[in-house]
Design a protein around this ligand. Structure first.
Ligand code: AP5
Ligand code: ZN
Length: 228
């Protein structure tokens, strides 16, 4: 079971990935989460990636391919994994195929979360995350239980806490309208062409991700069943 969760920034990859992880018992591997952890830890990779990420650009293929190569060799990936945010370029897709072929494996499913660009700004700009777990919240669509608002109706930052750990939530430095424009350009120019790479295998399943989260989840479940 080697799945790719595919979709633009704000499509819901980080929202549905952990649920698929629970359902199938295979880990979700988010290159975005891994890179953010590297930035926080100030590793060599983190220092190289920080500025590119903040501006909404793509980190170099070499760096992310290296991260994924190391990660999928770990024992918990033995029975499969869910890729979130990787591959993002044709070169990454080709390298992934090669890595998997060495183990006699291949990508078995691509779930494409389809959302029009116009709805993504509200999702991105209202997002708060729990950094250590990667859990996503949204001020309007998925507020944390602790959220309190000021008299103008804006959420009070100190009240934004993770439901499970009570730890503070934060906003991502790349979750601005201007960085989003750049991220969407990268998505359409570099990432969307990957779909054509996988379509001939008949493994791409489309999901309408422009609806409430429960509706999206229902379609994701259908997509997982299809072709199995
Ligand atoms: P990454 O972390 O992968 O960011 P991304 O692809 O831009 O995707 P997001 O995390 O923004 O979106 P998501 O689909 O996970 O949305 P979520 O579920 O949280 O990458 C960040 C950066 O790292 C890149 O820009 C790049 O610099 C670098 N990078 C990473 N991988 C790389 C690679 N392979 N190569 C090169 N560089 C790489 O949902 C968003 C919000 O909407 C949340 O608040 C959520 O609660 C809400 N929401 C979700 N679904 C719904 C719904 N149905 N209705 C209403 N609200 C919803
Ligand atoms: Zn994400």
């Amino acid at each position: 079971n080697i799945m790719i969760l595919f979709g633009p920034p704000g499509a819901g990859k980080g929202t549905h990935g952990p649920k698929i992880e629970d359902l199938l018992g295979i880990p979700q591997l988010s290159t975005g989460d891994m890179l953010r952890a590297a930035v926080t830890a100030k590793t060599e990779v983190g220092l190289k990636a920080a500025a590119v990420m903040k501006a909404g650009g793509l980190v170099s293929d070499d760096i992310v391919i290296g991260i994924i190569r190391d990660r999928i060799r770990e024992p918990d990936c033995k029975f499969g994994f869910i890729l979130d945010g990787f591959p993002r370029t044709l070169v990454q897709a080709q390298e992934l195929d090669k890595m998997l072929a060495e183990e006699g494996a291949c990508v078995t499913k691509v779930v494409e979360l389809q959302v029009p660009d116009e709805v993504l700004e509200e999702r991105i700009c209202g997002r708060w995350i729990h950094k250590t777990s990667g859990r996503s919240y949204h001020v309007k669509y998925a507020p944390p239980k602790s959220m309190k608002k000021d008299n103008k109706g804006h959420p009070i930052p100190e009240s934004m806490k993770d439901d499970e750990t009570g730890e503070p939530l934060m906003q991502r430095p790349d979750d601005t309208a201007s960085a989003l424009v750049k991220r969407l350009q990268g998505y359409h120019n570099e990432t969307v062409p990957i779909l054509e790479h996988y379509k001939p295998n008949g493994i791409v399943a489309m999901v309408n991700a422009n609806q409430g989260m429960d509706g999206v989840w229902g379609e994701v479940l259908q997509a997982l069943k299809r072709g199995e």
